[in-house]
Design a protein around this ligand. Sequence first.
Ligand code: NAD
Length: 428
Amino acid sequence: MIASSPYARFQENLEVTLKRLKASKREQDVLREPQYNHKKEIEITRDDGSKLKLHAFRVQYNNARGPYKGGIRFHPEADENEVKALAALMAIKTAVVDIPFGGSKGGVQVNPKELSKREVEAVSRGYVKAFVDHLGPEIDVPAPDVNTNPDIMAWMRDEFEKITKTFAPAFITGKPLSYGGSEGRDTATARGAFFIIQEMVEREGLDSKELRVVIQGFGNAGSHMAELLHGAGFTIVAVSDSHGGIYVEGGLDPVRIDKYKKQTGSVTGEYCQGSVCDVEKMKLDNVRIVTNGELLELPCDILIPAALDNVITEKNAAKIQTKFIFELANGPTTPEADAILEKKGITVVPDVLLNAGGVTVSFFEWSQGRSGEQWTAEQVDSELRRTMLNAFTAVRREARREKLSYRMAAFSVGVKRILEAMRVRGWS
Ligand code: NAD
């Protein structure tokens, strides 16, 4: 049976893995549910003097391998089940890249786009006040996630230091560079994924110059990914954002797309203003405008979802024409789609491995915060490369040895490492 809620989906993969790894009854019980599920209400005063009450969550899934680690999202639809699943996946992710953290996640049910800057600051400080007893550099280390950013991390660090009367740069990661942040954090997710894609191409004996790439999403992760792959000789044939996509059979230049995106707000901005497009210019440049649905079904060698979750489903999986899917977004493929893709022989490199570059550089930031060192961009880059390639090698080896998909192999590597730590601690 295929589960529908995000946490039930996680549990399904977990159960299969625990059974295969012959985990004890007690180990299964520990991993079936998060260790802690904290819920609070945050109250802020709005600019007009009225009060606003918001539901807030901090789920701490497992800390056998080190302090809990996970971002905080501000989203009107952030809910407990989703935050639980994301916390659990963080624990798998930190274990797959073998950094000394557990997994957690936080959320506030709010639309920050409807709030003033002062109100967003009040929500951020309110979150730390609400959960301060459960957070700390050695307890649980937050980070940015959907709709949260370095400024918010700076307010949160400041609030934590005020309440605890400590100097705590390692309390939170994703901070501005001038306030305890790390070099390379903004490009870490794309760079980490890039190292793995390059390695896969090499090990499969392919030539990057002959590989055609489609990328959905042109935000932090997607735009950096496009530029890195283009720079390495891959042909980027299509990219998209929430307004739609652009397809150029002969290949497009992501730097140029980025320039127009910045000017017009859309990757199609050079050719279209809203729904009005310059058809002559499009013909001349061999450009086609595509919907996000069409984009996913374009013929290519590498498809990179880098926007939303649940975009590859049982409805479109059979129509996908690629050799590899590299999951830069979190949860872009449903379990139903996974089964169809596997039958079609499409290799899916999963989110818990591929997009772990962000949390890896968060670990470097935390280490720098604790030691007082400031690493150079070159140091960050070479440690990131080493960490991501070690993780890729471990997952690929597990996939081959146990005849598993990369997703199940990544679960296997991650869960094995969590179980090892639990055994040392006597939790088994
Ligand atoms: P972002 O907000 O910077 O960019 C998101 C992009 O998706 C934008 O280009 C947006 O236009 C596009 N988009 C939104 N709705 C869309 C739709 N309906 N169809 C197509 N495109 C749409 O976000 P990001 O940081 O780049 O994150 C993207 C994904 O990568 C998310 O799943 C996120 O969880 C994951 N991720 C990001 C990081 C990171 O460090 N940035 C780390 C791990 C995972």
